[in-house]
Write a protein that binds this ligand. Structure first.
Ligand code: 5GP
Length: 192
């Protein structure tokens, strides 16, 4: 998405440890008009694929998931972070190493919200090493749900998580792919 690339160039800040900060529109302040545009693009990519539910993870995935869900007219389920006590038989869960915080979080979804009937689109804000998407894919698998594909706003292609998933046959759609990110600039991957 050309407009997302421009927004990253204009508003993004590169931090040590390969962290791209886009808090002005995606991670703290939410640019609702722009979220709507990103949601529309995801809805265009997955519009005729039979998706009946979107799965994401709190907190930063929720806004873009909802933006797409409004247009696709489907519900959003978000995995919660942190261990719920004595709920292991009532939830599907996965361990996810947080890229930005370095800690391992348990993420979980109540079993009643994902079933083997579901055809899921998995959405997140960023894709780096791929741990968050893999955690969500694992939850979907445990529930017996079909995963139609995944979508993220920003993939950091140089970290390899997205291409590893593509090589395993997972459909990964990224609205922008950053292939290089240094003090002197950001380079994007050309996408069709
Ligand atoms: P992964 O699990 O693919 O390594 O990283 C994706 C998750 O880490 C996303 O849920 C996102 O919240 C966070 N993340 C990874 N890289 C960045 C980044 O450069 N900037 C921001 N704001 N979040 C990131």
């Amino acid at each position: 998405m050309r407009t997302l690339e421009e927004k990253i160039l204009n508003e993004g800040q590169v931090f040590e440890g390969n962290v791209l900060k886009v808090s002005s529109f995606l991670n703290q302040q939410l640019d609702t008009a722009f979220l709507k545009e990103m949601g529309a693009e995801i809805a265009r990519l997955y519009g005729d694929c039979g998706v009946n539910k979107i799965l994401t993870v709190e907190a930063s995935g929720i806004a873009i998931a909802i933006a797409a869900a409004f247009i696709m007219n489907v519900p959003v389920v978000f995995a919660k972070k942190g261990k719920a006590k004595n709920l292991s038989d009532k939830t599907y869960s996965a361990e996810v190493k947080s890229f930005t915080k370095g800690v391992v979080n348990t993420i979980s979804v109540d079993r009643e919200y994902i079933t083997s009937e579901d055809k899921l689109l998995i959405i997140d804000d960023f894709l780096a090493d791929g741990n968050a998407l893999r955690g969500l894919l694992s939850i979907a698998k445990d529930a017996g749900a079909k995963v139609i594909g995944t979508a993220v706003a920003i993939e950091k292609g140089f970290q390899g998580g997205g291409d590893a998933l593509r090589n395993e046959g997972v459909r990964v759609e990224s609205l922008a792919i950053v292939d290089e990110m240094t003090d002197s600039g950001i380079k994007f991957r050309q996408q069709n």
